[in-house]
Ligand binder design. Structure first.
Ligand SMILES: Cc1ncc(COP(=O)(O)O)c(C=O)c1O
Length: 398
């Protein structure tokens, strides 16, 4: 059979397109990170961005990226191993290590590449990788690559250190990597980092926390490892620059020997070009901003707490979550997609979550520092005005 036959037979996207409810690849005309964005020529309240600190529209961050282009050009034009290593990368790594309290850091060209490159380089023949069952796709794909070189991948129940302990106790291997998200991207819940540390220390396993969504938000900007008092006890931490740090790229933090090993063995690091000068400088400037305001609680947290309470009071099925992410559940896919569409038509953009990104039928709402009370009140007004359209769907399904 023709290899591309599966593409011609693929109808999933068309099924939602045909009924006018396709929610993906909206093309924004301008920044998607501020409180407002422009979609199809109309202003919408942006409740779908993970730019929690609204720094991609910050003057210092934009200026740093512009200066870097003027001084270094637009591309690193090579692998860092050979010709693409810039002092910009090394300066950022030094500040990351200092801020997060690790010996060293290594910058990759995406958060996805970071997890892929760290897990696949560290786990090999005879090793085991234990993943939280809701871990991000990049950790899963890293473990799949590790499997191809002889590691064994297992999953433990979501946020369940006891299940992890049971599995580690039964595991014959002594070298195990345990990996979890720090903040789960779709549900917004936090990993029980202290309990996972205790289990990993008991069984001699190495813990990796991917704090893509915690950095810049929790623990005085240092993420959930700091927030849970576990600084110094999580050997591997990864992060992305594409959320609160307003750029592209990612980094791993670890001891100096591990970072040196990854610099020379991690394939997404050595077989891909270095992060661009503009992205590197923007991430660095955003890190400086986060550090400068580290003692103040991010406005995004207060905004999310306010919006969560308001949606709950209006009768929406709001799942429990601690940070800027608010999952709103719907009884079925059609009601969720219809809600997403109606909200966009009334000027509020939220993310529709479908498998494999998440389970169930939910809208993922996220607040940022740009969600001032005025912006939020306007959005809450829309949710209130659509109650009569949206809420009967819960009752019909009940
Ligand atoms: C938990 C988590 N890890 C890693 C990534 C990948 O980050 P990036 O967008 O920089 O590739 C994401 C982003 O979607 C994420 O949510």
């Amino acid at each position: 059979m023709d290899l591309l036959e599966k593409c011609r037979a693929y109808t999933r996207a068309d099924e939602t397109r045909d009924v006018g409810l396709y929610p993906f690849y909206p093309a924004f005309q301008g920044p998607a990170e501020g409180g407002q964005a422009v979609l199809d020529g109309a202003e919408v309240c942006m409740l779908g961005s993970s730019g929690y600190r609204a720094l991609s529209v910050n003057a210092q961050v934009i200026g740093a990226a512009q200066d870097a282009i003027a001084l270094y050009g637009t591309s690193a034009t090579g692998s860092r191993l050979l010709s693409g290593n810039l002092d910009l990368h090394e300066n950022l790594e030094a500040d990351l290590a200092d801020f997060f309290g690790y010996e060293a850091a290594l910058v990759f060209s995406a958060g996805y590449m970071t997890n892929l490159g760290v897990v696949s380089a560290l786990a090999g023949p005879g090793d085991q990788v234990f993943l939280d069952e809701k871990a991000h796709a990049s950790l899963i794909d890293g473990a799949r690559l590790a499997e191809a070189s002889g590691a064994v991948m297992r999953q433990f129940a979501h946020n369940d250190p006891n299940d992890l302990a049971r599995q580690l106790a039964a595991a014959p291997s002594t070298s195990s990597l345990v990996a979890t998200d720090g903040v789960f991207s779709m549900e917004g819940d936090l990993a029980p980092v202290a309990e996972l540390v205790a289990v990993c220390e008991e069984f001699g396993a190495t813990l990796l926390v991917d704090d893509a969504h915690g950095v810049g938000v929790f623990g005085r900007g240092r993420g959930v490892v700091e927030q849970t008092g576990m600084r110094g006890r999580v050997p591997l931490m990864t992060l992305t620059f594409s959320k609160a740090l307003a750029s592209q790229g990612g980094a791993v933090l670890a001891d100096a020997k591990t970072i040196d090993f990854l610099r020379h063995t991690s394939r997404p690091q050595i077989f891909s070009s270095g992060l661009s000068p503009a992205d590197t400088a923007a991430a660095h400037a955003a890190l400086r901003e986060v550090r400068r305001h580290a003692e103040a609680e991010p406005d995004a947290l207060a905004a999310a707490a306010y919006l969560r309470r308001a949606l709950d009071a209006l009768g929406y099925d709001v799942a429990d979550s601690a940070g800027p992410v608010i999952p709103v559940r719907f009884p079925d896919q059609l009601s969720m997609l219809s809600a997403q569409r109606l909200l966009v038509e009334h000027g509020v953009y939220t993310n529709a979550v479908l498998p494999p990104a998440g389970e169930g039928h939910q809208l993922r709402i996220a607040c940022t520092d740009a969600h001032t009370p005025d912006v939020l009140e306007a959005a809450i007004g829309v949710f209130a005005s659509l109650r009569e359209d949206l809420l009967p769907r819960y009752r019909q399904a009940a």
